[in-house]
Design a protein. Structure first.
Length: 417
């Protein structure tokens, strides 16, 4: 069934289709192979997806499965058992009846084996003692079946001799390409299906898991996003501690952190909505670096404001702008000028890096010299009135919201008690 492409979609998601002189724009679809693996231990915390961790064979798109040590006994699946054969056929029947999975009509090895067993009069399911002989006979007669079953049954000996380790059923599924992650949507549908099947399996049988390169890509992307978010919060936490130790003022630290958060939001809007850059390795690796770059100018402005002993905010801001304006502007211009050469690179990763550096420096310059200065001119902490107890300590003027100021106030309040 062809799906018409929504009117607001365009580009790679839609393809023109000309029939009898009439042109329809149809939604593009993506085909991918899914293997329903039964009997192999999953290497992830989620039993719905089984990740292959062995090396690839030369010239092959699929990962080879070679285990020197068999899984635990509770996870062994013997496809020669009639009960297992019946369940394999049930599983593929359930999958074909689930319209959300959108399976193609290609026959699987268990369906081909059932058809052959019925045609030869053996019957299905095959008796355990006839399973290996029937499979070998069908492999010798049909090159198509030999290719089908090649990766679907694993044993601890060459061919299909020895102890069975696991069995699987590979199918070809298609999903419409969407603006969201089509592989994530397909993974969700297939995960629901495996949960449904595992809920019906007897307790003495291992769970069914999925394996697909598309699903692994989706998991890698999600893992990259999760690690990037974690890195961002860790970097901001460390930045918060450094700023607090550097300024020793709670209000200035809060102002700088809010400024960094606004820079981050604006940077995300520029990258993903203006430049249309997808989240990739450059963004993932550069999160901690960009946090440091964005905090640099704001921290210098706040430090200059805090070191000034002037009590009038207007004069204090003028002094801060005079002290930090020229160095910060020169630093921004030189950094953007040095990174601008990356924009002419033919390698997209370098071009993307240049866009990110120029954008973060420009935003940092704007927010530190305009937004943060305006905020400090309105609510910036001022020096306290000099008195014998709090106003000045070791030649340093103490501002409101200074850590030492709060400590001394707490000490004085205890003395008066």
């Amino acid at each position: 069934e062809e799906l018409n492409c929504p009117e607001d979609w365009q580009g790679t998601f839609c393809l023109p289709n000309v029939i009898n002189g009439m042109t329809d724009v149809l939604q593009q679809r993506e085909l991918f192979v899914v293997s329903m693996v039964w009997g192999m231990e999953t290497s992830t915390s989620k039993p719905s997806v089984w990740m292959v961790e062995t090396e690839q064979e030369p010239g092959s798109d699929d990962a080879a499965i070679t285990n020197s040590e068999p899984p635990k006994g509770s996870n062994l699946v013997d496809p020669s058992e009639p009960e297992v054969q019946e369940w394999l056929l049930k599983i593929i029947t359930f999958a074909r009846n689930d319209v959300g999975l959108q399976l193609m009509d290609e026959i699987t090895w268990i369906e081909a084996l059932e058809k052959f067993a019925i045609e030869t009069g053996i019957g299905f399911p095959l008796p355990k003692e006839l399973f290996l002989g029937t499979v070998q006979l069908l492999k010798s007669q049909s090159n198509f079946f030999r290719i089908l079953v090649k990766r679907e049954i694993a044993t601890d000996s060459p061919g299909i001799t020895g102890n069975f380790l696991y069995t699987s059923i590979s199918v070809l599924s298609e999903v419409p390409m969407t603006k969201d992650s089509w592989s994530a949507e397909a993974l969700a549908k297939w995960s629901n299906f495996t949960d449904f099947v595992n809920g019906m399996l007897p307790d003495d049988m291992p769970p069914l898991v999925l394996q697909s390169s598309s699903f692994l890509d989706s998991q890698r992307s999600q893992a990259t996003v999760d690690s990037t978010v974690t890195t961002y919060f860790v970097a901001n936490g460390l930045c918060l501690l450094v700023i607090l130790l550097f300024t020793s003022n709670i209000l200035l630290t809060l102002m700088i952190m809010v400024t960094l958060l606004l820079i981050f939001f604006c940077l995300g809007g520029l990258l993903f909505n203006v430049f249309m850059i997808e989240f990739g390795p450059v963004e993932a690796l550069g999160v901690s670096i960009f946090v440091g770059l964005s905090a640099n100018y704001s921290l210098h402005v706040a430090h200059a404001f805090h070191n000034s002993s002037i009590k009038d905010r207007t004069t204090k801001i003028q002094r801060t702008a005079f002290v930090t304006g020229s160095p910060i502007l020169a630093s921004a211009v030189s950094t953007i000028g040095g990174s601008a050469f990356l924009l002419a690179c033919r390698t997209w990763l370098l071009t993307e890096l240049g866009i990110l550096i120029c954008a973060i420096i420009a935003l940092s310059l704007f927010f530190s010299m305009l937004f943060l200065l305006a905020w400090l001119a309105t609510f910036g902490p001022l020096p306290r009135e000099v008195d014998s107890t709090i106003g000045e300590r070791n030649g340093r003027v103490i501002h409101s919201w200074d850590l030492i100021n709060i400590f001394l106030l707490c000490s004085c309040s205890r003395k008066f008690r």
